[in-house]
Design a protein around this ligand. Structure first.
Ligand SMILES: Nc1nc2c(c(=O)[nH]1)N[C@H]1C(S)=C(S)[C@@H](COP(=O)(O)OP(=O)(O)OC[C@H]3O[C@@H](n4cnc5c(=O)[nH]c(N)nc54)[C@H](O)[C@@H]3O)O[C@H]1N2
Ligand SMILES: Nc1nc2c(c(=O)[nH]1)N[C@H]1C(S)=C(S)[C@@H](COP(=O)(O)OP(=O)(O)OC[C@H]3O[C@@H](n4cnc5c(=O)[nH]c(N)nc54)[C@H](O)[C@@H]3O)O[C@H]1N2
Ligand code: SF4
Ligand SMILES: [Mo]
Length: 747
């Protein structure tokens, strides 16, 4: 990491694709250009426009380099001013202590945003902080994203993290619903150059079908595009499963030996015939039956659903139905189908079965929404702050999140945050959310930390391990140090407690698990001796080293000399390819039955709600979201080269609707929903289907008191002003961010 090196290789931390980057440095150690790393074992040189701007986040003059603390202002109000780290941590200790002493720990809440799931630092050290806060008010971006998939995987396979991914590189048939990897590069399916991998399916004679209310770039590159009425994928998918069962096409293949519930499934799906779902989905019955027969007939096939199938009212049913279709067509756990990765940081299992997955162990205070994965729906955060009574949230910790732009009914959340007694944000930006903070603790930039994508290698289409060193020395405490010190403060140990205690705790817990729990790869070994064998220095890297070495490909601390070590990762800047995905049944299953549960009771029970929706009158106009390649949720709009050019925060309206309503491109429309209203610039395009309008999320950078000067010059509007915090997928608590009923008029 010396400044005199001319190139630096690292994995891009920005989206889930984990592309290898090659950074060229000048003799001052400044990054001059970023290209795709052609030698990267996974991405092979692929890069997108965001990856090439990674250094611009580091050099952004608006990036906070010192903590901000709220102080009384000359005008009689208050303002955020730069402070020392000592002052900042002392202020946090005071603020949290005051709230806990007066109102108890239930008055604390925490929100973990998307970047905290990238890399390994936040993933490993966010947990001790959440634990130390000792509250059930735990929120994250998962409940505006993939929580339905965790719930369906938990109920079907026993573990919320065992999510099957489409085996893109070997499949003969890919059915994509509600995902647009041409812009997003994929999610819950880590595949650098996702578009190239899709094109390869077609090049080898396979077939790609895209289900989306918009003719996306992904749809344009497919063999077939099926327009669907937003929010109804669950109906389409269960009707397809119904067809397979009714026509005798259901054949789970050898994996069927490990499946439970096939008979219950047939009964539960009986109401959902293609005829019954055709009107609400807007897809004709013949097409639905053919889509089902096509996946059954293909030599191998994978069904893959993403944001358009999860952030909707029936997200868990849709997520489950995706894997039911994979299972019924013999594609679950077979090459070319939907398979489970075997990531290096996860320990091997030697037998199926386990405690399984529980849901709804507690509920939110104000509206009784059940927890999932230990979290409450972020949609209820505002009401938990605003509703008086015992347990009312009075203090909030955010880490790497911008919920004011990212979560539903955000005007209410924005107002609620102003009511808090105390708020601390771990974030490098002074943005729409952090402007409400009493203290902002900015971690150093991504270039100042090492990188290993714990979460995403568990979702990758090949088994990959790739660790990147930091490029620069951090200019202040590392993110791990900040999180550890917050954990110590939350535990009541004060602002000066030594973070080493938390570093040790994380490593000790991992080693203790590896020597005692489950299949304990290091059973009988001495924890202190193992600790002495660690080679990494950084606390997050030391924890990672334990996971890698005790993991399924690991050296088990010398017991398997050919196994993976941290040193080998360090010596392999372009990554280590551990091969294609391999079948995992039955050992991967941790349901109490030890079998795949095709018809989990909570999901079958929820089908009644889906059946009731078959006859509901559909709204005349609904709103959906979209993503653009040059944008990343809410937080990269301050990079000039990414946002320059044409306005991307436009309201897409179909020509028929535009004509009827008197709207034209470049004009302005007022969009209103049950909870809010905004004015957006119109883009008339037949990319969207009639009756559907689309607005991207993550915009709306016009709030006072922020420091995002580039973003503020092209603010756009916040689509989540329109999304309704009361409309959730009940099992997962995930907000419906698509299929929002709206009305439109010229502004
Ligand atoms: N309407 C609508 N809303 C949506 C979606 C949608 O499709 N439609 N998508 C949803 C999805 S999938 C997601 S994931 C969420 C995202 O929601 P959030 O995670 O709440 O928001 P982001 O925009 O990702 O904001 C990330 C924050 O992390 C900060 N940050 C960046 N790097 C670091 C770092 O290294 N450390 C720390 N501590 N902070 C960092 C940034 O400054 C920014 O404040 O939005 C959701 N909201
Ligand atoms: N460039 C870029 N890349 C990103 C991100 C980003 O903001 N920008 N965000 C990252 C994150 S956090 C995530 S979670 C992933 C998300 O990855 P994707 O899921 O691929 O994201 P989107 O591009 O939002 O695609 C969702 C698609 O669903 C469609 N849709 C909306 N409603 C429905 C519906 O009811 N049914 C169906 N079938 N389709 C529907 C939309 O038209 C859209 O094309 O992307 C990641 N990658
Ligand atoms: S596709 Fe994702 S991982 Fe790859 S360069 Fe772009 S932002 Fe980075
Ligand atoms: Mo996401």
């Amino acid at each position: 990491m010396s400044a005199s090196t001319s190139t630096h290789i690292r994995t891009c931390p920005l989206c889930e694709a984990t592309c290898g980057l090659e950074l060229t440095l000048d003799d001052q150690g400044e990054v001059t250009v970023i290209r795709g790393d052609r030698e990267d074992v996974f991405s092979k040189g692929f890069v997108c426009p965001k990856g090439t701007t990674l250094h611009r986040l580091h050099t952004d003059p608006d990036r906070l380099r010192a903590p901000m603390v709220r102080r009384p202002s000359a005008e009689g109000g208050s303002e955020l001013v730069e402070a020392t780290w000592e002052e900042a941590f002392a202020t946090v200790a005071d603020g949290l202590a005051r709230v806990v002493e007066t109102h108890g720990r239930d008055a604390l809440a925490v929100y973990l945003g998307n970047p905290s799931a990238h890399g390994h630092h936040g993933v490993l050290f966010g947990r001790p902080l959440v634990k130390a806060l000792g509250t059930r008010n735990v929120f994250s971006a998962s409940t505006v994203d993939q929580m339905p998939k965790h719930v369906s995987a938990g109920l079907m396979f026993g573990n919320a993290l065992t999510i099957p991914v489409p085996d893109l590189d070997r499949t003969d048939h890919l059915l994509v619903l509600g995902a647009n990897p041409w812009e997003s590069n994929g999610s819950l399916c880590t595949a650098p150059d996702f578009p190239g991998r899709i094109e390869a399916i077609r090049a080898r004679g396979g077939r790609v079908v895209v289900v989306d209310p918009r003719r996306t770039r992904t749809a344009e590159h497919a063999d077939e595009h099926v327009r669907i009425r937003p929010g109804t994928d669950a109906m389409l998918l269960v009707a397809m499963a119904n067809v397979l069962l009714a026509e005798g096409l259901a054949d789970p293949g050898p994996a069927g030996e490990w499946m439970e519930g096939l008979d219950d499934l047939a009964a539960a799906l009986a109401p959902f015939t293609p005829q019954a779902v055709s009107a609400p989905t807007g897809v004709d019955a013949g097409t639905i039956a053919r889509l089902a027969r096509d996946i059954a007939a293909a030599p191998s096939a994978a069904v893959y659903g993403r944001i358009g199938t999860t952030t909707v009212e029936f997200g868990t049913i849709a997520s489950w139905a995706v894997d039911v279709l994979n299972a019924l067509t013999g594609n679950l756990d077979r090459p070319g189908g939907a398979m489970w990765p075997s990531p290096a940081h996860v320990k091997a299992r030697s037998a199926p079965g386990g405690r399984g997955y529980s849901l709804g162990r507690w509920s939110s205070r104000a509206s009784g929404r059940p927890e999932a994965n230990g979290e409450l729906p972020v949609a209820v955060l505002a009401e938990e702050i605003l509703t008086p009574g015992k347990g009312r949230v009075r203090a909030l910790v955010t880490v790497a999140g911008n919920p004011v732009l990212s979560t539903p009914q955000s005007a209410r959340l924005d107002a609620a945050l102003a009511e808090l007694d105390f708020m601390v944000c771990v974030d490098p930006a002074l943005n729409e959310t952090t402007r409400h903070a009493d203290v902002i603790l900015p971690p150093p930039s991504q270039l100042s930390k090492s990188q290993y994508d714990l979460a995403f290698y568990a979702l990758a289409v090949r088994n990959i391990a790739n660790w990147s060193p930091p490029l620069y020395e951090p200019e202040g405490p590392s993110e791990v140090e900040i999180l550890a010190r917050l954990a110590l403060i939350a535990s009541g140990l004060g602002p000066d407690a030594d973070p080493q205690a938390v570093y040790d705790l994380v490593v000790d817990t991992l080693l203790s698990d590896a020597t005692t729990k489950g299949d304990a790869p290091l059973a009988g070994r001495d924890v202190e001796e193992l600790k002495g064998m660690l080679t990494a220095e950084d606390p997050a890297d030391r924890a990672l080293e334990v996971m890698i070495r005790s993991g399924q490909h690991g050296d088990h601390f010398g017991a398997r000399p050919d196994g993976l070590t941290f040193e080998r990762l360090v010596e392999s800047p372009h990554g280590i390819d551990l091969g294609p995905l391999v079948p995992q049944l039955p050992d991967i299953i941790s349901t109490p039955s030890g079998r795949v549960e095709l018809a989990p009771a909570p999901i079958v029970a929820d089908l009644g709600r889906l059946a009731a929706a078959l006859d509901a009158e559909p709204p005349a106009m609904v709103l959906v979201g979209r993503r653009h390649l040059r944008s990343n949720n809410s937080w990269m709009h301050n990079v000039e080269v990414l946002v320059k050019g044409r306005d991307r925060c436009t309201l897409q309206v179909h020509p028929d609707d535009a004509g009827r309503l008197g709207l034209e491109s470049g004009g302005s429309a007022r969009v209103s929903s049950r909870v809010g209203s905004l004015e957006a610039t119109v883009e008339v395009t037949d990319e969207v289907m009639p009756g559907v309008v689309s607005l991207p999320h993550g915009w709306g950078h016009s709030a006072p008191g922020t420091r995002m000067r580039v973003a503020a010059a092209r603010p756009g509007v916040n689509s989540n002003v329109l999304t309704d915090a009361e409309v959730l997928d009940p099992l997962s608590g995930t907000a419906a961010l698509n299929a929002i009923p709206v009305t439109l008029e010229p502004a």
